[in-house]
Design a protein. Structure first.
Length: 129
């Protein structure tokens, strides 16, 4: 049985910069044959349709990653600006504003809350032999 894959050829051709500054592979015409199995051709449109759910999931993940990245950049810059206003390093600022204001849990709190969720009850664990 003959099998040929054309998709990988030319993947680096024509990369263009998008608004985000990253390069992406060029669009393939839906009629482009990306593989041949025996005498049966597989087109880019057939390939795209078969991987559509996975591609949609990847787009959602990409959005979430970019959102988280943006939130981190914003937070980092806000902390840096506030630390500079107070004449501190970012580490000093974070220590003064968070670590120094939060008291460590007491031994009793650690004993009673370790490993428990709110509303959970304690049950002895059963060990399997």
């Amino acid at each position: 049985m003959a099998f040929a894959v054309i998709l990988s050829t030319g993947c680096d051709k024509g990369k263009s910069a998008r608004a985000g500054g990253s390069a992406s592979s060029p669009e393939i015409s839906p009629d482009t044959v990306v593989a041949t199995v025996g005498s049966d051709n597989i087109t880019a449109a057939q390939l795209d349709e078969s991987v559509k759910p996975q591609m949609q999931q990847m787009e959602k993940q990409k959005f979430q990653i970019r959102k988280q990245g943006l939130e981190k950049l914003i937070n980092d810059r806000l902390i840096k600006a506030e630390a500079q206003k107070k004449g501190m390093t970012q580490e000093q600022f974070m220590k003064a504003e968070i670590e120094d204001k939060v008291s460590p849990p007491s031994d009793q709190q650690v004993r009673t809350r370790r490993g428990f969720r709110r509303g959970a009850s304690w049950r002895p664990s059963r060990r399997r032999s």
